[in-house]
Write a protein that binds this ligand. Sequence first.
Ligand code: ZN
Length: 235
Amino acid sequence: MMDTLKKWVEESKNIVFFGGAGVSTESGIPDFRGVDGLYRQKYAWPPEEILSIGFFIKNPEEYYRFYRDKILITNVDPNPAHFKLAQWEKEGKLRAVVTQNIDGLHQKAGSKRVYELHGSIHRNYCMKCGKFYTAEQLMEMEGVPTCTCGGVIKPDVVHYGEALDQGVMRMAMEAISSADMLIVGGTSLVVYPAAGMIDLYRGKRLVLINKSATPRDDLADLIIRDPIGQVLSQL
Ligand code: ZN
């Protein structure tokens, strides 16, 4: 299987990579959906509820307590998967990275064309005047971060109950539909509408790299059941 993957990568000039949470967990970013006993002691609501737009508006204090604890993570480094994709882009092999992650690790590794379907923790805007703040600036503030104008600062991430950015979606769909090879990695392909985007691929080289089976395995031309960083570092 690795031989096939190697050959396809060598022959391809227009690869698109579509990645999910598994790409980030290999950098040490925990899955925020993990709800254990410790979580229940700390939070009275499930993660999906706290990360909804309605909750943010109603209870920004609790939202930011969770957000600072589980989401706003910047002291991590890209892993071999991020670096390999950045290298392919430089070599003119890779057209774009489409990601469900919001941690900015692809850019940190050097990737330029990154379509972040769910936004980024590195962009934050005042809800009143629109002023921009970095993740680092947010970390220096306590509790609910507020702008110099007094407005509440909101992370530019797609919350539950919010629509995906149409412009980002369009560019991602365009890239996927014209790719000569689509590598899908570190995602269980259950979060829609993002997961449905792989249906747009029209080629014969759809590679699925994931530790466990996905509901879309029947679509794949090649399936590899290993961690994404480990697989890409061998190429
Ligand atoms: Zn402001």
